[in-house]
Ligand binder design. Structure first.
Ligand code: FES
Length: 172
């Protein structure tokens, strides 16, 4: 009696099993691709850092606190990274650079250069930083964050943002 219905039930079960298997294989492929890329190219490699162009090193004067527009040199995945961003760069007498993230370490307001003494200040709650990013006044809990940088072919590039402690030593 039910012999005609049985093949339909088996066929549906098989169909559902195959569809579920296909979905599982697709999910595994989607998740597996980035994982295999990570294994092939570890995060510590040079290629993992997203460098942004900050300008020719000759364009920076020693001791000057300069605001620069930085431009990604990579295919930025987030819309916020695609356009130009700003950073503060100070070229030191020994030819090295201090490259500051522009956002205050208290609540993230953009910091500004003071027009008088060489300082940064945060307009939101009165945070003040010296020219090396140390906290001079106000609520910021730590010095200004900094960018990794490199010089290649006479051009300054900024990389990852990192934190420093009161001795200006990298944290983490
Ligand atoms: S955000 Fe800078 S002092 Fe609060």
């Amino acid at each position: 009696m039910n012999t005609k219905a049985e093949p339909v039930t088996v066929s549906r079960r098989r169909f559902i099993t195959q569809v579920m298997g296909g979905i599982g294989a697709t999910i595994a492929a989607i998740l597996g691709l980035p994982l295999s890329r990570y294994v092939a190219y570890p995060a510590t490699s040079e290629a993992a850092t997203n460098w942004a162009l900050a300008g020719p090193v000759d364009g920076f004067n020693i001791g000057e606190m300069r605001q620069v527009a930085i431009e990604p040199t990579y295919d930025a995945p987030l819309a916020i990274e695609k356009g130009k961003r700003a950073a503060y760069v100070v070229k030191k007498a020994d030819g090295t650079f201090d490259c500051f993230y522009m956002h205050c370490t208290h609540a993230g307001c953009p910091v500004r250069r003071s027009s008088g003494p060489q300082r940064f200040f945060s307009p939101c709650h009165g945070g003040v930083f010296d020219k090396e990013g140390r906290v001079l006044a106000g609520p910021p809990p730590r010095p200004l964050d900094r960018y990794d940088y490199k010089v290649e072919g006479g051009v300054l590039y900024l990389g990852e943002v990192y934190q420093v402690d009161e001795r200006l030593e990298r944290v983490g």
